[in-house]
Design a protein around this ligand. Structure first.
Ligand SMILES: CC(C)(COP(=O)(O)OP(=O)(O)OC[C@H]1O[C@@H](n2cnc3c(N)ncnc32)[C@H](O)[C@@H]1OP(=O)(O)O)[C@@H](O)C(=O)NCCC(=O)NCCS
Length: 153
Protein backbone atom coordinates (compact mmCIF):
# COMPACT_ATOMS: atom_id res chain seq x y z
CA UNK A 1 0.00 0.00 0.00
CA UNK A 2 1.32 3.49 -0.75
CA UNK A 3 2.26 5.78 2.15
CA UNK A 4 -0.58 8.12 1.14
CA UNK A 5 -3.22 5.39 1.29
CA UNK A 6 -1.92 4.19 4.68
CA UNK A 7 -2.45 7.69 6.06
CA UNK A 8 -6.13 7.78 5.03
CA UNK A 9 -8.57 7.24 7.90
CA UNK A 10 -9.94 3.73 7.77
CA UNK A 11 -12.53 1.59 9.55
CA UNK A 12 -11.26 -1.88 10.50
CA UNK A 13 -11.88 -4.69 12.98
CA UNK A 14 -10.70 -4.04 16.55
CA UNK A 15 -7.86 -6.32 17.70
CA UNK A 16 -6.45 -6.82 21.23
CA UNK A 17 -3.47 -4.55 20.41
CA UNK A 18 -5.95 -1.63 20.03
CA UNK A 19 -7.25 -1.90 23.58
CA UNK A 20 -4.87 0.59 25.26
CA UNK A 21 -5.98 3.30 22.83
CA UNK A 22 -9.65 2.29 22.98
CA UNK A 23 -9.72 2.31 26.79
CA UNK A 24 -7.95 5.71 26.86
CA UNK A 25 -10.68 7.24 24.64
CA UNK A 26 -13.38 5.45 26.62
CA UNK A 27 -12.14 7.08 29.84
CA UNK A 28 -11.92 10.45 28.12
CA UNK A 29 -15.49 10.52 26.79
CA UNK A 30 -17.54 8.56 29.36
CA UNK A 31 -18.02 9.25 33.06
CA UNK A 32 -18.85 5.56 33.55
CA UNK A 33 -16.54 3.86 31.06
CA UNK A 34 -16.46 0.27 29.87
CA UNK A 35 -13.51 -1.68 31.23
CA UNK A 36 -10.74 -3.23 29.17
CA UNK A 37 -12.37 -6.57 30.00
CA UNK A 38 -15.69 -5.44 28.48
CA UNK A 39 -13.90 -4.77 25.19
CA UNK A 40 -11.78 -7.93 25.18
CA UNK A 41 -14.87 -10.00 26.05
CA UNK A 42 -16.67 -8.37 23.11
CA UNK A 43 -13.83 -9.31 20.75
CA UNK A 44 -13.70 -12.86 22.17
CA UNK A 45 -17.48 -13.23 21.81
CA UNK A 46 -17.27 -12.49 18.10
CA UNK A 47 -19.16 -9.21 18.37
CA UNK A 48 -18.63 -6.70 15.57
CA UNK A 49 -15.94 -4.48 17.10
CA UNK A 50 -14.65 -1.74 14.79
CA UNK A 51 -12.11 1.05 15.15
CA UNK A 52 -11.43 4.22 13.21
CA UNK A 53 -7.70 4.55 12.62
CA UNK A 54 -5.46 7.04 10.90
CA UNK A 55 -1.68 6.58 10.61
CA UNK A 56 -1.69 4.10 13.50
CA UNK A 57 -3.78 6.30 15.82
CA UNK A 58 -7.20 5.11 16.96
CA UNK A 59 -9.76 7.93 17.16
CA UNK A 60 -13.08 6.13 17.42
CA UNK A 61 -14.68 2.73 17.87
CA UNK A 62 -17.93 0.89 18.35
CA UNK A 63 -19.29 -2.52 19.29
CA UNK A 64 -22.40 -4.28 17.93
CA UNK A 65 -23.86 -7.73 18.59
CA UNK A 66 -26.25 -9.53 16.23
CA UNK A 67 -28.57 -12.40 17.12
CA UNK A 68 -32.06 -13.59 16.22
CA UNK A 69 -32.28 -11.02 13.39
CA UNK A 70 -31.67 -8.17 15.86
CA UNK A 71 -28.59 -5.98 15.92
CA UNK A 72 -27.68 -4.22 19.17
CA UNK A 73 -25.30 -1.28 19.05
CA UNK A 74 -23.61 -1.60 22.43
CA UNK A 75 -21.27 1.38 22.31
CA UNK A 76 -20.04 4.05 19.88
CA UNK A 77 -17.39 6.69 20.62
CA UNK A 78 -15.35 9.28 18.83
CA UNK A 79 -12.32 10.84 20.60
CA UNK A 80 -13.15 14.37 21.76
CA UNK A 81 -10.62 15.94 19.34
CA UNK A 82 -12.21 14.16 16.35
CA UNK A 83 -15.90 14.88 17.10
CA UNK A 84 -18.15 17.04 14.86
CA UNK A 85 -16.43 15.94 11.68
CA UNK A 86 -18.91 13.32 10.59
CA UNK A 87 -16.99 10.28 11.91
CA UNK A 88 -19.71 9.20 14.34
CA UNK A 89 -22.20 9.11 11.47
CA UNK A 90 -19.75 7.24 9.19
CA UNK A 91 -19.04 4.58 11.78
CA UNK A 92 -22.73 4.18 12.59
CA UNK A 93 -23.54 3.78 8.89
CA UNK A 94 -20.88 1.04 8.63
CA UNK A 95 -22.54 -0.84 11.51
CA UNK A 96 -25.92 -0.49 9.79
CA UNK A 97 -24.42 -1.83 6.57
CA UNK A 98 -22.97 -4.86 8.39
CA UNK A 99 -26.26 -5.50 10.20
CA UNK A 100 -28.13 -5.49 6.86
CA UNK A 101 -25.52 -7.79 5.31
CA UNK A 102 -26.03 -10.17 8.24
CA UNK A 103 -29.79 -10.12 7.57
CA UNK A 104 -30.74 -8.36 10.81
CA UNK A 105 -34.20 -6.83 10.56
CA UNK A 106 -33.85 -4.18 13.24
CA UNK A 107 -31.14 -2.38 15.18
CA UNK A 108 -31.59 -1.33 18.80
CA UNK A 109 -29.54 0.86 21.09
CA UNK A 110 -29.79 2.52 24.50
CA UNK A 111 -28.82 6.15 24.98
CA UNK A 112 -28.74 8.17 28.17
CA UNK A 113 -31.62 10.59 28.36
CA UNK A 114 -29.14 13.48 28.86
CA UNK A 115 -26.97 12.54 25.85
CA UNK A 116 -28.58 14.88 23.35
CA UNK A 117 -25.58 14.86 20.95
CA UNK A 118 -25.81 11.10 20.50
CA UNK A 119 -29.63 11.08 20.31
CA UNK A 120 -29.50 13.75 17.56
CA UNK A 121 -27.10 11.59 15.55
CA UNK A 122 -29.34 8.52 15.89
CA UNK A 123 -32.47 10.47 14.97
CA UNK A 124 -30.76 11.96 11.94
CA UNK A 125 -30.05 8.44 10.69
CA UNK A 126 -33.65 7.36 11.27
CA UNK A 127 -33.71 5.78 14.73
CA UNK A 128 -36.95 6.26 16.64
CA UNK A 129 -37.42 6.14 20.40
CA UNK A 130 -39.58 3.13 21.26
CA UNK A 131 -39.21 2.81 25.03
CA UNK A 132 -37.60 4.12 28.19
CA UNK A 133 -35.80 2.08 30.83
CA UNK A 134 -36.09 3.73 34.22
CA UNK A 135 -32.83 4.18 36.16
CA UNK A 136 -30.91 2.05 33.67
CA UNK A 137 -27.57 3.88 33.94
CA UNK A 138 -25.45 4.93 36.93
CA UNK A 139 -25.19 8.72 37.07
CA UNK A 140 -23.59 11.36 39.31
CA UNK A 141 -25.64 11.30 42.49
CA UNK A 142 -28.14 8.66 41.38
CA UNK A 143 -29.40 6.87 38.29
CA UNK A 144 -30.50 7.98 34.83
CA UNK A 145 -33.09 6.65 32.37
CA UNK A 146 -32.12 5.12 29.05
CA UNK A 147 -34.03 5.84 25.87
CA UNK A 148 -34.35 2.68 23.76
CA UNK A 149 -34.10 3.51 20.07
CA UNK A 150 -34.84 1.33 17.06
CA UNK A 151 -33.98 1.50 13.38
CA UNK A 152 -35.93 -0.80 11.09
CA UNK A 153 -33.40 -2.19 8.63
C1 LIG B 1 -22.10 10.86 19.96
C2 LIG B 1 -20.83 10.78 19.14
C3 LIG B 1 -20.48 9.35 18.81
C4 LIG B 1 -21.04 11.58 17.83
O1 LIG B 1 -19.82 11.51 17.06
P1 LIG B 1 -19.38 12.69 16.07
O2 LIG B 1 -18.27 12.17 15.24
O3 LIG B 1 -19.15 13.95 16.82
O4 LIG B 1 -20.70 12.78 15.17
P2 LIG B 1 -20.88 13.58 13.82
O5 LIG B 1 -19.69 14.44 13.55
O6 LIG B 1 -21.26 12.57 12.80
O7 LIG B 1 -22.13 14.48 14.17
C5 LIG B 1 -22.04 15.39 15.27
C6 LIG B 1 -22.38 16.82 14.83
O8 LIG B 1 -21.33 17.32 14.03
C7 LIG B 1 -21.89 17.87 12.83
N1 LIG B 1 -20.89 17.72 11.77
C8 LIG B 1 -20.63 16.61 11.05
N2 LIG B 1 -19.64 16.86 10.16
C9 LIG B 1 -19.28 18.16 10.36
C10 LIG B 1 -18.31 19.00 9.77
N3 LIG B 1 -17.52 18.57 8.79
N4 LIG B 1 -18.20 20.27 10.24
C11 LIG B 1 -18.98 20.72 11.23
N5 LIG B 1 -19.94 19.97 11.85
C12 LIG B 1 -20.07 18.70 11.40
C13 LIG B 1 -23.11 17.06 12.59
O9 LIG B 1 -24.05 17.73 11.77
C14 LIG B 1 -23.62 16.90 14.00
O10 LIG B 1 -24.36 18.03 14.37
P3 LIG B 1 -25.41 18.00 15.59
O11 LIG B 1 -24.56 18.16 16.82
O12 LIG B 1 -26.29 19.14 15.34
O13 LIG B 1 -26.10 16.68 15.54
C15 LIG B 1 -19.67 11.49 19.89
O14 LIG B 1 -20.09 12.77 20.29
C16 LIG B 1 -19.16 10.75 21.10
O15 LIG B 1 -18.33 9.87 21.00
N6 LIG B 1 -19.65 11.15 22.30
C17 LIG B 1 -19.18 10.56 23.54
C18 LIG B 1 -19.57 9.12 23.65
C19 LIG B 1 -21.06 8.91 23.44
O16 LIG B 1 -21.88 9.62 24.00
N7 LIG B 1 -21.40 7.89 22.66
C20 LIG B 1 -22.76 7.51 22.37
C21 LIG B 1 -23.27 6.60 23.43
S1 LIG B 1 -24.97 6.13 23.11
Amino acid sequence: MSAQLQDMPQIRRMVPADLDAVVAIEREVFLFPWTRGNFSDSIDSGYYCLVLEQGGDIFGYGVMSIGAEEAHLLTLSIAASAQHKGWGEKLLRRFIHIAREQRALTMFLDVRESNHAAARLYERIGFIQIARRRDYYPAMGGREDSLVMELVL
